[in-house]
Unconditional design. Structure first.
Length: 201
């Protein structure tokens, strides 16, 4: 009895085609995964980029929106981020360390220097450094344009109205660490000793 070889050839061709399709699918998936891995390090975080190749000494960063951030480094330089890339450095002109920066909008940021000076980002450039009247500012937070608060090393709180700084309270002797303001009438300060203090306007 003769059996035709055509069905066997057809089956073989179908199997081969199926294997090729699977291989192609696996290759595409692998390439896609590799591309994804190259642009992300997990849970939405992208690969680190070198925005400060000269000093590599970050001090602080603040973002007013997804398309505007400012970073400062220890040697008193500022860098701006436009949503896709960094520009800078721009010297702030501080004579000592740049401590921290806070941005309320893309046209208003305040950077403070350890020696008690500050500079304001005015939308396209930084103002010349000016004295705050406090020689040891370490943290600043600006929840709105022309509304900032700052802490000094000995636990003093200072307020900025866009023109001048005014001491408002002595919170705790020494150990002031960080300050964050959600609104002009709510700020939280924390201290190295484990204490905190709330400003409620």
């Amino acid at each position: 009895m003769l059996v035709s070889s055509r069905p066997r050839r057809s089956a073989a061709l179908l199997v081969a085609a199926g294997l090729a399709l699977v291989a192609s699918s696996v290759g595409t998936t692998t390439a896609s995964a590799a591309t994804s891995a190259a642009s992300s390090v997990g849970r939405g975080w992208g690969q680190p980029v070198d925005y400060d190749p000269v000093t590599g000494d970050p001090g602080s960063v603040s973002c007013a929106s997804p398309s505007f951030c400012v970073a400062i480094d220890g040697p008193e330089n500022a860098f701006t981020f436009d949503g896709s890339s960094w520009s800078g450095p721009t010297p702030l002109g501080f004579t000592q360390l740049a401590m921290q920066v806070s941005c309320a909008t893309a046209s208003f940021c305040v950077a403070i220097g350890y020696e008690g000076t500050y500079a304001v980002w005015e939308g396209s450039s930084w103002s010349a450094p000016k004295p705050t009247g406090d020689r040891a500012l370490i943290s600043v937070s600006c929840p709105a344009v022309d509304r900032c608060a700052a802490l000094d090393q000995i636990g003093g709180a200072t307020a900025f109205d866009g023109t001048s700084w005014t001491p408002v309270a002595h919170l705790r002797a020494g150990g002031a660490e960080q300050l964050s303001c959600a609104t002009p009438t709510f700020c939280m300060a924390v201290f190295a000793s484990g204490y905190s203090a709330v400003f409620d306007g």
